[in-house]
Design a protein around this ligand. Structure first.
Ligand code: NAD
Ligand code: ZN
Ligand code: ZN
Length: 344
């Protein structure tokens, strides 16, 4: 089969032919219908050989949907032909966190060598993929695969980040989304669907600000050194109760801290290497700073339900498998509107 692989540290990913995978006991083989392209893959491909926590070559793609093509020995609960989404942050299934569906925070994944598809295990940008357990599948139940596939990360990650801050997003509050890309443009929609907060989106690109307005942002602000002051002005001096930073670079984390309200939440989702100091005088009183990773199994079910209710419409650009390297180039250049989706 054809697959998009990251093969050499520092080189661009390549379309190659690899052996067709076969499901082992307990595993499920999917014929991939759609796979999403995430900026985290670009971060991974910027790491040195020493930083990479898994060997190459790696088939990319940690957002996947597909049709069940074969069931390994002992698998029940799904049948060939079922259309399913893949829950990507695979864990052991048994530890204290996994028992709560929080496989994204599995306590034993590292020790057991369990890695998500596309981030260590063979990923979704291929004609077929292996899913390690039916526990990691959620039925699409009528959702369009192209619109649904980004929900497994670009939907699930902001959903998890927003859900933990929901008590702060009361009427009259403000939520800021920094970076209106794949994750950010879904975050704007989730905030509109789940809260009465005023939603302010920040980006460096005018077309991304336009997309943010299209999907429901009340205000958009150019992300520069004046942005924190602008948000404070827009909120009558109060600041934003919740700031979601989907860039996470030093200038955006600094802005995020500076625009937060007293008792606000600053949530750093982007892998841009920024951080915020906590301590008296560093931030407004009682600001909480956190960096969440992906989301839980139950939350993926919730996000797909929300999409089925019509509350989220992911903007997508589609590419054939042969053009997948171009999708990564465009994402790297900041030229993807919404999410790039590969149709293998
Ligand atoms: P993307 O490239 O689709 O979107 C990033 C957006 O940020 C773009 O619109 C870009 O114009 C904008 N941007 C760049 N610099 C900016 C700045 N200084 N101020 C404001 N906006 C700026 O990326 P994505 O796939 O949505 O991923 C976003 C980030 O989240 C990445 O760092 C990715 O690695 C990370 N991520 C984290 C998790 C997690 O679990 N924590 C999960 C998925 C992705
Ligand atoms: Zn991702
Ligand atoms: Zn576990």
């Amino acid at each position: 089969m054809k697959a998009l692989q990251y093969r050499t540290v520092g080189a661009a990913p390549e379309v190659v032919t690899v052996p067709d995978p076969e499901p082992g006991p307990g595993q499920v083989l999917l014929e991939v219908t759609a796979a999403g392209v995430c900026h985290s893959d670009i971060a991974v491909m910027s790491w040195s050989a020493e930083q990479l926590p898994f060997p190459l070559p790696l088939t990319l793609g940690h957002e996947g949907v597909g049709t069940v093509a074969a069931l390994g020995d002992g698998v029940t609960g799904f049948a060939e032909g079922d259309s399913v989404a893949v829950y990507g942050p695979w864990g052991c299934g048994n530890c204290f966190m996994c028992a709560q569906g929080k496989e994204n925070y599995c306590l034993r994944a590292t020790e057991l060598g369990i890695r998500p598809p596309g981030l260590g295990a063979p990923g979704a940008i291929a004609e077929y993929m292996i899913v390690d357990s039916p526990r990691h599948l959620v039925p699409l139940n009528g959702l369009d695969p192209v619109k649904a596939v980004p929900l497994t990360d670009a939907g699930l990650t902001p959903y998890h980040a927003i859900k933990r801050s929901l008590p702060k997003l009361v009427p009259g509050s403000t939520a800021v989304v920094i970076g209106a890309g794949g994750l950010g443009h879904v975050a704007v929609q989730l905030l509109r669907a789940l809260t009465a907060a005023r939603v302010v989106a920040l980006d460096v690109a005018e077309e991304k600000l336009a997309l943010a307005r299209t999907v429901g942002a009340h205000e958009t602000v150019l992300s520069d050194s004046a942005a924190a002051a602008t948000v404070r002005e827009l909120t009558g001096g109060r600041g934003a109760e919740v700031v979601l930073d989907f860039v996470g670079a030093p200038p955006t984390t600094a802005s995020a801290g500076a625009m937060a309200a007293v008792e606000g939440d600053v949530t750093i989702v982007g892998l841009g290497g920024g951080a915020l100091p906590v301590g008296f005088g560093a931030l407004p009183y009682e600001v909480g700073v956190t960096s969440p990773y992906w989301g839980t199994r139950a939350e993926l079910i919730e996000v797909l339900d929300l999409a089925r209710a019509g509350a989220v419409d992911v903007h997508t650009e589609t590419y054939g498998l042969d053009d997948a390297p171009e999708a990564y180039e465009r994402l790297h250049a900041g030229r993807v509107g919404g999410r790039a989706v590969i149709l293998p």
